[in-house]
Design a protein around this ligand. Structure first.
Ligand SMILES: [Zn+2]
Length: 339
């Protein structure tokens, strides 16, 4: 199959700091030879690993977009050992629209890997990341949040690693990111991954990767943004890519395994009865769905089928049947012996 149709204005092999755009061809009514500009910055100096940091995979998730842009401006090549590739708005059309998915093709980038070399704009972006950028990288960080509909406390997401070296690297990155929570996957990962996410793309390329959920609800939470920027610098430092940085003391991370999501089974207005971090027992009433259009109708109770703590909570009051209102997680099982 022919290679990507996307061209990069940035030469990733060049030393120094270079900013430009990936040009995603998009021939449309108002622009026959047009392209979509996906911003990218490469900062390269001397010997060291390559770290790719992405945000704006979902366009309505904002802390990562700001943190990555701040890094792009604030870091100079002299600060860096190795190569840092920064992509603050990976699915640029979605991010410009402030939407989870692209208005051009309704593409949800994080459900479209490995992409399609000749597909829609979002599919072409997925293909470029998986086939062109991931092979350059030793490490990948994909920054998310709960988007418009959910809110997460700052949470690292990672696998357990498929080798002692990978497991150690993931725990080292978790310690450096130093977010309050880590959601540790108990299955998946590895080169055989069939996940259609950026994590799946990284795993298929053998690239050590983590993801993060950083707030949500369609807003920017200043202390989460600050925690994100601190964590990214701490990760660069732990990878020996930012040698002059002096990290402060770690605050500690609670490791969790996800139990599952709790859904609304009716339409109405969601009243949460639990907060993020609060304990939940199986059978607890965790929320109510009200029906102000039928005021004599009793609210429906939402019952948790899981035991644990609330990891994420729906940010929007309006619900329909099938909307996730909580995600429940419990303290992680002990690490694998080699970790
Ligand atoms: Zn996301």
């Amino acid at each position: 199959m022919a290679g990507t149709l996307i061209t990069s204005e940035v030469d990733f092999e060049a030393c120094g700091k270079h900013s430009g755009f990936l040009r995603v061809p998009n021939s449309v009514h108002r622009s026959a030879y047009g392209w979509i500009p996906v911003p990218v910055v490469s900062i390269r100096n001397g010997e060291g690993p390559t770290l790719l940091i992405m945000a704006g995979n979902h366009g309505d998730e904002y802390e990562g977009q700001i943190a990555v842009s701040n890094l792009a401006r604030e870091l100079d090549p002299a600060d860096i050992c190795g190569r840092l590739i920064l992509m603050p708005m990976v699915n640029c059309p979605a991010a410009q629209a402030g939407c989870r998915t692209s208005p051009l093709d309704q593409g949800n980038l994080n459900r479209l890997f490995p992409g399609d070399v000749a597909g829609s704009p979002t599919e072409m972006i997925a293909h470029y990341i998986e086939d062109e950028l991931m092979p350059l990288a030793n490490y990948v960080i994909d920054l998310h949040s709960g988007g418009s509909s959910l809110f997460y406390p700052p949470t690292l997401l990672r696998g357990q690693g498929h080798s002692p070296e990978e497991a150690q690297a993931l725990i080292r990155i978790q310690y450096a990111f130093d977010l309050p929570y880590a959601w540790v996957f108990t299955s998946g990962g590895g080169r055989d991954s069939t996940a259609r996410t950026a994590m799946g793309a990284a795993n298929r390329n053998g690239v050590i990767n983590v993801m993060a959920e950083l707030g949500g609800g369609g807003e920017v939470t200043p202390d989460i943004l600050q925690r994100t920027e601190r964590g990214l610098r701490r990760i660069l430092h732990t990878l020996d890519m930012l040698p002059t940085y002096t990290p402060d003391a770690a605050q500690g991370t609670r490791e969790l395994n996800a139990q599952g999501s709790v859904f609304s089974n009716t339409a109405g207005l969601f009243e949460p009865l639990k907060s993020i971090g609060e304990g939940v027992s199986k059978g607890d009433v965790v929320g109510r769905v009200h029906h102000p259009d039928t005021p004599q109708s009793e609210p429906d109770m939402i019952i948790s089928p899981y035991e644990g703590i609330v990891l994420c909570k729906r940010a929007m009051a309006q619900v329909v049947r099938g909307d996730a209102v909580f995600q429940i997680a419990s303290d992680a099982a002990p690490r694998k012996a080699y970790a």
